[in-house]
Design a protein. Sequence first.
Length: 493
Amino acid sequence: MRVRSVLPHLPFFGVLAVAVWIRALAVLAYPAPLWFGDSPGYLQAAVEFRPDPTRPSGYPMLLWLLKPFRSFTVMVSVQHAIGILTGVLVYVLVWRAGRAALPGAEAGGRRAWLPGAVAALLTVPVLVPVHQVALEHMLMSDSLFAFLLLAAVAVVLWRRRTTWWLGAAAGILTAGAALTRTAGVPLIALILAAMAIRRAGWRACAAAAAAFVLPVAGYVFWFHAEYGQYKLAKADQVFLYGRTAAFADCRVIKPRPELAVMCPKRSDPRISKSFSVMWTPDSPFRRIPGWVYGDEGNRLAGEFAWAAIRAQPADYAEVVVRDTLRAFAWHRQPYPTPWTWLQYEFPEGEAWSDKQARLARHYGPDGETRVVRPWAGQVLAYQDRVVMPGTILGVLLLGGLAAAAPHARSEGRWRPGRSVRHWATGPLLPWGTSLALLVVPAATADFDYRYVLPAVPFACVALGLALFPPLRPPRVPAPRDEDRPAPKEKVDA
């Protein structure tokens, strides 16, 4: 590779060096993963190699593949590598779009630096902020989910027209994301819509749909073999119930007597209603056999949730909008509890329960939370300084929506259709995915800061694609004089 061809990538190499350094430092300071409330369920599903009854088991499958190493340090290192690859995908997508759109960028010169500089800048929100690093360090599914979904988007955008085998790859990757987090299930519709807008053809769309359905159906049959139900998870209605608890008023809903037990209560005002009805002593599931994991509780939760939505549609919409907008606040707030949001940061001390110890012993000997000095001091100092406010994500999304507008002017004329086509065939897919990743949790569960971070890479890609002008159709050169057919001689009758 020529040195001249490497130089435009120097800004990204600088960002990448910082990203690798802080992740290596995090592994040295915290050799074991950060545990969360969902972590034991994920790990138990991996150890026993069975579907998790509460949530899809795409992430436990990754843990199961890493189980032969018997090392939690290897596990967190792999997750950090996945985070790095997510940033690399953002860079490659934006850089390729810029190089193709700017005349002379491929040949070198001053414009050769612009695609790399813009793409490198847009990887900073993905690779550098401490909360992205901490999320990768957690025994949680979010970093894998974001990578699989971004890979699916990258496959769709890779060529001007998606071939059938690229469509199949996009379907498989989207299925992997859906089996990692249920928020990925409705996003196959966005993938197929983007392929149709890009005129991928029916073969590519059919291949994507089939490649999505087959793995998901296979998992559903596996789940049925274990639990006797054709589902992705047993508790598929309880989270929606938690969402409706934020606004449900039983005086308006008027539930039948058996359903009245689900009327939400909250004794601690510091805790959100959605969290309270699920996990605190106020939860109605405490009075139902099987708690949130039982069939009876799931049935009653679903009936109550849909009754609340039908009776109070405006209140439901207001709650969804309010919690979506929480993602764009400058400072993080103690939500949904005074302690949940702090679990997404590197801790100063160690915490380890007997339950975690018993479960971790089956996976590896190094699962106990440890804080290793002096490395931890450097990570904590980084954590105090390198944070991305949620407002930046809002700016990225607004920029991705508006940055294509200036491209409406071409060759001295206004062509609004040009910028609309440019946005619809490029930025629309990552922009819509980013927005969906914010709205879907707010509409089906509750707001949580870890749901915000997977939306960031897509917003960065959308802005990058929108900034660069649309590709010009190739010009057909005018025929030379010697190539023109000789005029026929006129013959007099």
